[in-house]
Design a protein around this ligand. Sequence first.
Ligand code: DAH
Length: 432
Amino acid sequence: KTTSSAQANRLFSSSCRSSNNDPREDQRLLATSKIPILQNIIIQGQQQLNSDANNQLQRAPITSSNIPPHIAARVLQEKKLHLQKHHPLNIIKSKIETYFTERYDSSLQIHDNFMPIVSTADNFDSLLIKEDHVSRSKSDTYYVDDETVLRTHTSAHQLALLKDTASVGFDDNAEGGNSCCSHAFLCTGDVYRRDEIDRSHYPIFHQMEGVRMFKSGDDKKSVHEVEMDLKDALEGMTKVLFGDVEMRWVDAYFPFTNPSAELEIYFEGEWLEVLGCGVIEKEIVKAAGRGDQPGWAFGLGLERLAMVLFSIPDIRLFWSTDPRFHEQFTSEEIVKFQPYSKYPPCLKDISFWTTPDFHPNDLNESIKEIAGDLVERVELIDEFIHPKTQRVSNCFRITYRSMDRSLTNEEIDALQEKVRLCATEKLSLELR
Ligand code: DAH
């Protein structure tokens, strides 16, 4: 680890690199310059709540941002769960980093502290994600402004890191451990997506991106050789985490890799997806100023793996501050989580006529804003079209349950009342 950051520092202070064409510095400057927008979102949210004598949740969108105050606040809080010692996400991250450090020695760089505010160019364009891809829509992605998003994946840093290191790792005459023919990096961070609410989905989660590049020239590796190396490396990593499990490779599609694949393991009776990966598209490598160097990349979700490995039943637990959660993880090892108690759920339904531009993620987010981590799940349980008016009716079931305590009826009723108000006032839905 120390080697990688020392190496990075050396890169930055190198005299041939001025700070204004350093792609990582550009990313950092952009992120910092957008912080006031998030601060404003939080302030406006507070003002609206205060000025609200009737407790109505009306909110005029003042910026082009679709980030709600509770998410803006989380970005600025910078909890960095993946960096908290002995946090399950950190334990998995460390195990993977140790594995790759042993494998690639000083040609590996580790990055885990980039801000999550990135340009749409980095999050989408640089990865060849098409203009009309759903992941770009405002119903799926948090936009800070029209050209800036909360990163939806750590792949957003791939191009900048490839550019940044375009000149390292391939020097046959270099002294010491860096004379090898590869260059690799890992990049971990929090990512943000507007999505469903249930035990395995949370608007903020953590991903790790990994890349390995090879030399171009006479002894350039074929695509097949790169693919073999990729599979060997990732099977080895999976063994470190899961032990001797059965694995299978499944064809997949990602715009930024070709060929692409997913690795699945047979674990506790079912096939489980571990990661996505592939041989990096030539166009990206070229754009990074690396000519025709071949390379591979992978991406994985840390919560997903941690939930399986530690038997953590609900994704909200990763954010818990309850010592009964944290005191179970006091070593660097993977241990089975012992649920400290299970409090009763409380179910409430809400039915309404939808509008043409209604998206379930808008409702999910409003509920999350009102109930925070007390909401466990939101599911569509009934939908029908009125035969005469053709209007569409939806009924959503909201499961409220705290991870740490029992909830009172009054408390839930008050939350549900706010959700109903918000549905009419903010989302313009007609309740039934
Ligand atoms: N960025 C992808 C996601 O968020 C994960 C991924 C897949 C990353 C394949 C990669 C890759 O680097 O090669 O779903």
